[in-house]
Design a protein around this ligand. Sequence first.
Ligand code: ADP
Length: 198
Amino acid sequence: MTRFVLGLTGGIGMGKSTTAQMFADEGIPVWDADSTVHRLYSAGGAAVAPLSEVFPRAVVNGSIDRSVLKAEIAADPSVLKRLEGIVHPLVAQDRMAFLAGSEADIVLLDIPLLFEGTSADLCDGVAVVSVPQAVQRARVLARGTMTEADLDRILANQMPDAEKRARATWVIDTSTLDGAREKVRAILSEIRASLKHA
Ligand code: ADP
């Protein structure tokens, strides 16, 4: 193996974004699924034209307004499948361009629903960020952007943390920043050693 594709995932509030930044700080190129979707939805993004044909009301000032899509999905759950049918191929294309364009020996794919979809197939190993559930809930609710009921709904749609950890190559405990950074460095050393011996 000449290059290691490392996946990073974890439930909401588990510290995925913070940990992805730690990998970036160590010089690892990072592809971020969430920010890719934001870019595709923003003015001039590749998803705007195809989505405007199916969901004309979702285009506001030249970009896709997520709240309109959310309302359409709430009114008709079959909308989600149609939406994914348009957006997923564009996201996959962007990810392929990232992988093709990067010559680094280790690259990171930061994907919230990595195990829920098929992205794990692209990864040589997956790191799962995790903290005890009480810490997760406290972190998310501290943001002040959602109620407990909102959080419960989101968690019900995500694979349980225990199952993610069971599938992980590495688990990164994000209880402390120092502990997480230490684990990030240990994972990278392990991968580098395995690449050397490959
Ligand atoms: P996610 O991207 O998984 O939703 P974030 O990275 O945004 O999570 O982190 C959620 C919250 O937890 C933030 O308030 C962040 O500061 C805190 N956090 C993340 N990682 C750590 C860590 N290793 N130690 C302490 N707090 C952390």
